[in-house]
Write a protein that binds this ligand. Structure first.
Ligand SMILES: [Zn+2]
Length: 339
């Protein structure tokens, strides 16, 4: 099992490095990697911020009565580590923890230390990746509170034992599932679930007091988000990005990296980035490529070949989306062509 997890972690690591490589290729802007027939297009809305330097275990105030504690689980997938948020109401001395993180003793001690003097009412979970949800059970045993948030992970028949299946916390069992629009409160504070499937099928963001969106892994300021089928789904992800454009929040707090200011501009940049990649894939099909293996080295000409499998997951997500939209036909044997 440990070997399997390590292998999956490696794959996930690779998926995020792709975005890093793309980002560095244009001095910090996440432009597309150029290739001979499709030069990278400009995308000024998508400026990445990688200068985030947390002190592990130390609560840092990030908004009014919101602190973040970063777990020391850094990796190319988690950036500097998982940022757990603690929202408090100072009148009632109640607290909500959002995304407790992985099973990590030092992080548990840091959270319980920060919660001293508060009653922990709820433990909210955005999604069931192993760097987000497993500590919920242990934290509940230690500090109380009800586990709420996203639905449990459901393995698809297609994904069983393949893809990134083992990166999911299959033991997560909330006391109460939240659906889009469901709200919890502590004192005068409100946290409302915003269904945002795509990164995972069960992903939720949480709107805090109509000003800040606690956005989990749906939007991250340091990198694009990994969309790994079958639990990851490009069409859902794009719809979930569009959904945020119609919302009022003016700051986003992701689970990895720093606060995102001007989030609407950033989200437009994310949408542009995916549309640019989709255009490149359509052009590869026009040029006569039929398989993901043919496309990856041409779409990512500067990418380390060790990362090609991760790149292939991203291309797969785009191709699945084009098939679902009727633009591309798959013959079911991993061969694709334009309709
Ligand atoms: Zn995740």
């Amino acid at each position: 099992m440990a070997g399997l997890r390590a292998e999956v972690a490696n794959r996930l690591d690779g998926g995020t490095r792709i975005a890093e490589v793309e980002g560095r290729s244009s001095r910090g802007n996440l432009a597309l990697t150029s290739n001979s027939d499709q030069p990278g297009a400009a995308n000024p809305g998508l400026t990445l911020h990688t200068d985030f330097a947390p002190t592990y275990g130390a609560p840092q105030a990030v908004a009014r009565n919101v602190v973040r504690i970063v777990c020391e689980n850094p990796s190319p997938f988690t950036f500097k580590g998982t940022g757990t948020l603690i929202v408090t109401d100072e009148t009632t001395k109640q607290a909500v923890v959002v995304d407790p993180g992985p099973e990590n003793a030092a992080h548990l001690a840091a959270l319980t230390g920060a919660l001293a003097g508060y009653t922990l009412r709820h433990i909210l979970v955005t999604h069931t990746h192993r760097d987000h949800s497993p500590l919920a059970r242990v934290l509940q045993e230690t500090a109380g509170g009800s586990i709420m948030g996203c639905a449990p992970y459901v393995a698809s028949a297609e994904g069983a034992g393949s893809g990134l299946d083992a990166s999911n916390d299959t033991d997560y069992a909330p006391d109460e599932e939240m659906a889009d629009g469901d709200t919890i409160g502590i004192g005068s504070r409100r946290l409302t679930a915003v269904a945002t499937p795509g990164h995972t099928a069960n992903h939720l963001c949480f709107a805090l007091d109509e000003d800040i969106l606690l956005c989990g892994d749906h939007v991250m300021g340091w990198s694009t988000t990994v969309i790994a089928p079958p639990d990851g789904h490009m069409g859902s992800y794009m719809a979930s990005l569009e959904k945020l454009g119609a919302r009022a929040e003016t700051r986003y707090l992701p689970a990895h990296g720093a606060m995102i200011e001007q989030p609407h501009r950033f989200v437009r940049g994310l949408i542009t980035h995916r549309r640019q990649r989709e255009t490149q894939i359509r052009k590869r099909l026009e040029a006569g490529d039929h398989t993901i293996a043919e496309m990856v080295p041409r779409l990512y000409p500067q990418l380390d070949t060790r990362l090609h499998r991760a790149a292939a997951l991203s291309v797969r997500a785009h191709l699945d989306d084009l098939v679902e939209r009727g633009e591309v036909v798959s013959d079911g044997a991993d061969r694709f062509r334009l309709r």
